[in-house]
Design a protein around this ligand. Structure first.
Ligand SMILES: Cc1ncc(COP(=O)(O)O)c(C=O)c1O
Length: 445
């Protein structure tokens, strides 16, 4: 088996790769390499097995090494490696769009392909502005995001995002005309809520305050993650998303859900929108779309948005936007094979069946040293730790490292440990994940 693996880089061969969202110097001094993956596990180059508690990066929902996806991509690449989607088309793209439209929230049956979550977000923001302009409301250009929101790293997504470290360096280069709702994390009121917290629906009313400040006639869209992942798993209070929807409707403002992590079964329905019974006008997705095997994103647009933009003069390009690799044939093949697996194995709803077992397991960590909150929904869990004095994030980072040494991969953001395992996880693996994390927390000062 090891004979097939790529040679491990020597320590002096690590510098050329400027690693994303990584403490490069710290990592390169003590690299953590993954060499192989199958099912619920990774293996390090020296053959150590690591349970994947985060589905890679919230994307490998059907587990690793799915042969069906590999075969579909291989077949597609050997049939037709690339075809442009600008003024040309290829069949598999249309097939995939139809398959996605069939599982989309009501009315969101027009699908635009991108290559990542960041591109999906920027695409959705541009569609919102284009929609209003097409209806003769070209002054509606303002975008409303939310504190602690993460919408990727494009200038659009960064501007509507609300995580300070992503923003502070680029301060004066942000999009103009953006404002933010308050975030919904409140440990004082909601610590140890099981599922959605009861307190906080009224925070959606802050949108009315922003409308009072800017006027609805200037606002194109509000974008939120139904559940924020990157900021440390922030859940919407019961009724919050419905209230946002009502205020948007009353004021002719589009509602965009960023479902890059919640899409494709993470919380027990194909999309969080369906689980929470709130339908946005635009929905950004990526990650689980191809089970992480190929880079791909998709924006789901309500038909009213598509139809409005299609009013452009006959023969003209209606939306001047797209990517060379939009609907890349190999990514389309990966997505179709992924959807087949999701359907065959019931993975788009499995998280609902597993969620109470998961919830009990994750909440069993309550009472451990430095734990101040535990949050869960579907197959998402988070343990919030008290920060070390003057060293935010240090305790959680140490816990992440120790977990990895003990054969479990979790994710650390700030002082939160987040878990989002592949949706195929079984009871024994849930126990291993949570027990390992628990024993590491117990022994970390
Ligand atoms: C909610 C959300 N939006 C957008 C993104 C950006 O996706 P990508 O890294 O594929 O650009 C992420 C990535 O984690 C995300 O969680």
């Amino acid at each position: 088996m090891n004979a097939q693996l790529h040679p491990v880089p020597a320590n002096d061969e690590l510098d050329a790769f400027w690693m994303p969202y990584t403490a490069n110097r710290q990592f390169k001094a003590n690299p953590r390499l993954l060499a192989r993956a199958e099912g619920m596990h990774y293996w390090t180059p020296d053959g150590r097995q690591v349970l994947d508690g985060v589905a890679g990066l919230w994307c490998v929902n059907a587990g690793h090494g799915r042969r069906e996806i590999t075969e579909a991509v291989t077949k597609q690449l050997s049939t037709m490696d690339f075809a442009p989607s600008f003024q040309m088309g290829h069949p598999i793209a249309f097939e995939l769009a139809n398959r996605l439209a069939a599982i989309s929230p009501p009315g969101l049956d027009r699908v635009f392909f991108t290559n990542s979550g960041s591109e999906s977000v920027d695409t959705a923001l541009k569609m919102a502005i284009a929609y209003h302009r097409a209806r003769g409301a070209g002054q509606k250009t303002r975008l409303i995001g939310r504190e602690k929101g993460y919408h990727g790293v494009g200038f659009g997504g960064m501007s509507v995002g609300g995580i300070v470290n992503n923003r502070k360096i680029f301060g004066s280069s942000m999009l103009p005309g953006v404002d933010h709702l308050p975030h919904t994390l409140n440990i004082e009121h909601n610590a140890y809520s099981r599922g959605l917290p009861a307190w906080g629906a009224h925070l959606a009313n802050e949108l009315e305050r922003l409308i009072g400040l800017h006027d609805a006639s200037t606002i194109a869209a509000v974008i939120v993650e139904p559940i924020s992942g990157s900021a440390g798993v922030i859940l919407p209070p019961v009724g919050y998303l419905k209230r946002l929807r009502e205020i948007c409707d009353k004021n002719d403002i589009l509602l965009i859900f960023d479902e890059v992590i919640t899409g494709f079964g993470r919380i027990g329905k194909p999309f969080a929108s369906l689980a929470f019974d709130v339908t946005p006008d635009l929905m950004a997705s990526a990650k689980g779309l191809t089970n992480g095997a190929m880079p791909m994103g998709a924006v789901f647009a309500h038909r009213k948005i598509y139809d409005a933009v299609m009013q452009a003069p006959e023969g003209s390009i209606e939306l001047f936007h797209g990517y060379t690799y939009s609907a890349h044939p190999a990514s389309c093949a990966a997505a179709l094979a992924t959807l087949d697996i999701y359907t065959k194995e019931g993975l788009l709803t499995r998280a609902a069946a597993m969620s109470s077992q998961w919830e009990n397991a994750v909440h069993s960590l309550r009472g451990l040293p430095h734990v101040v909150d535990i949050r869960n929904c579907g197959l998402i869990g988070a343990v919030e730790l008290e920060p070390r004095a003057g060293k935010p994030g240090a305790r959680a980072f140490e816990i992440f490292l120790k977990c990895f040494e003990r054969g479990v991969m979790v994710r650390q953001t700030g002082d939160t440990i987040a878990m989002s395992p592949p949706l195929i996880i079984d009871a024994k693996q849930i126990a291993q994940l949570v027990d390992t994390l628990g024993s590491v927390i117990r022994e970390t000062a």
